[in-house]
Design a protein around this ligand. Sequence first.
Ligand code: AMP
Ligand code: MG
Length: 694
Amino acid sequence: MSFDKVIMVDWSGGNDRGASPKKDAIWACISSAGTAEEPIYLRNRQLAEAWLIDTLKTLQSAGHRVLVGFDLCFAYPTGFATKLVGSEDTLALWDWFEARVRDDPKSNNRFDLAGEINTLFPGTGPFWFNGLSRDIAHLPRKGLDRTNDHGLSDKRAADKAIPGSFSPWQLAGAGAVGGQVIMGLPVLSRLRKRFGNSLSVWPFQTPDTQIVLAETYFSMLPDLVADDPHPIKDASQVSLYARAFSALAFPDLAKMMDVKATSEGWVLGAEHADILRNALAGPPPLRNDCFAMPQGAHWTPVAEAHQHLRERLTCVVGTEVLPLQEAAGRLLAQNVQAARSHPPAPNAAVDGYGFAGPAAEGISRLKLVEGRSAAGTPYDGIVPSGHAIRILTGANLPKGVDTVVLQEDVGTTNAEVSFHGPLKRGANARNAGEDMQAGQTILQAERKITAADLGMLAAAGVGSVTVHKPLRVGVLSTGDELREPGDAATTGEIYDANRPMLCALLASWGYQVVDLGRAPDDRDTLRGILDSAASQCDAILSSGGASAGDEDHMSALLADTGSSALWRIAMKPGRPLALGLWENTPVFGLPGNPVAAMVCTLIFAAPSLGVMAGGRWQEPTRYHLPAAFTKTKKTGRREYLRARIEEGQVTIFPSEGSGRVSGLSWATGLVELSDPAQKIAPGDLVTYIPFNSF
Ligand code: AMP
Ligand code: MG
């Protein structure tokens, strides 16, 4: 049921509004994954209908699933349809209006038609408020002129659930919606006919088609609309709601759509304004195609796989403000400016005597003023020319002082100091702001905060920073053969080596690790584990079952979601990597072999998780060092060898077997051999990547 495109339409019952964008006209906005395009001004209904058909045709042929929301009642209170079409068939009622409404940009028959409908009911009938200057038969001008014996409710159940909503019977007057409903239903009816079985109308039909129409309401988030910079409110509304609906996580939209269908319909989002608000507050979810690698016979080079991920992955975590003491290791969500200059005032760099410089060549004698300037207790007075003052490291320079002579370089009596010049003006003194200026950007967003950063931030007067919330990463091992380390095991069983290794690796990168335990080779059990993991984690690393064999349930399950790809990567160790979204949560289906699981985590998960956590795509630091080994490699794939540095040279683990987990422990990093064939002899420069640079 998830949609990759959302269109929001603000409808209007009035005539053509002219060429330049105006309020109370029709506005529309297209959004995907929480990012909206510019709102579109549609001056009249004819243009709006043509635009909708055109846009939907284009999106449909490009294979998109589109949710179209209209701020327009899709139905009337119970009983109305039966009177007009003989049953409570709302969609038949749309066709009834379609057959009778006359509409052109300058005039339409909505008031006359409402008057005619009124004659079918007792008393004055339900419709009221003639907004025209001419009288209309059977249409009361004001509320007072009408009788209430037509037997219909003033509002639908959905309208009653929304504070401040209007009755569809009121055709004109400030805030009235009745006119635009009569003028909207024929357009909806024609859209249904135009798109046939590809289109359904929620909640009257099951919303499982490529295009789904739904009624919504644009006054659920008034404060956010007011904050939007667009000068025209209707434009702000379509843009905000398009963003919100397209940013909804799949389960949230499913929850909103899960209503009992009656002929009165429902308003999408009614009673769920909080969910829409949350969708706007957090970062947009990942695109459904973020792992959709072009499939085919060829093996994807590592560089190409990297580029694919880099272009599609985005930050998935929200932000919080933390005091400095808690911010180490977090990723900055905003640039940080110095709150004040550092140093805040000119001060002494050494212990000594301050005076007005420079001092000429030869002996200088200066009279000592009484008192001193120390760090934290500056001297308030002025130091007259020809005088000096005792000053300590870090103390502010008093007025009249710009130079300090080192205490070891002077002779002192009670009354004066003497020293050998020359001494430049400003010697041994620090200028205000020479390190950092107030207002200067000192750290950029996306940086991982280091211990040294905390020192700098504190010095610059910054007490708290806006950082990303920690990325929650789940770790799961799969396979019937796995046992918990330390437990008894038969010879057919092996210990789960991947989970403790991957959990510790992720924790060292600053992520919040969620231990998802072990899963058997059973599809239903695995499905249940993924369901609950997706709600607790921002990303999942699973190992085992990622290939295309009988017991490779992880890749099979991910393949069913439609968001996944089995990545055949031209890399050793590695091979099949199953990537997919499980209810919007990315799953990295790693190979089961511990060496391959580790290398795939370092090469693919590390940079991907960094971006999802709010950082940059980060390449590890590569060193070029002489090899202490001989190796011949084939063309067409990248290879990673377990390696360590011995006496400035790169040594490799004697076996390349990817089940040899002891080699991972022996190694301090990896040798990276590029795709072409090559022969490496001792002394050749090779690329070495230390583990701690990932
Ligand atoms: P699979 O990818 O499930 O076919 O597993 C490939 C190999 O890795 C098999 O020999 C598995 O027994 C082994 N293996 C899978 N998961 C783990 C694990 N968590 N710890 C150690 N070995 C594993
Ligand atoms: Mg397995």
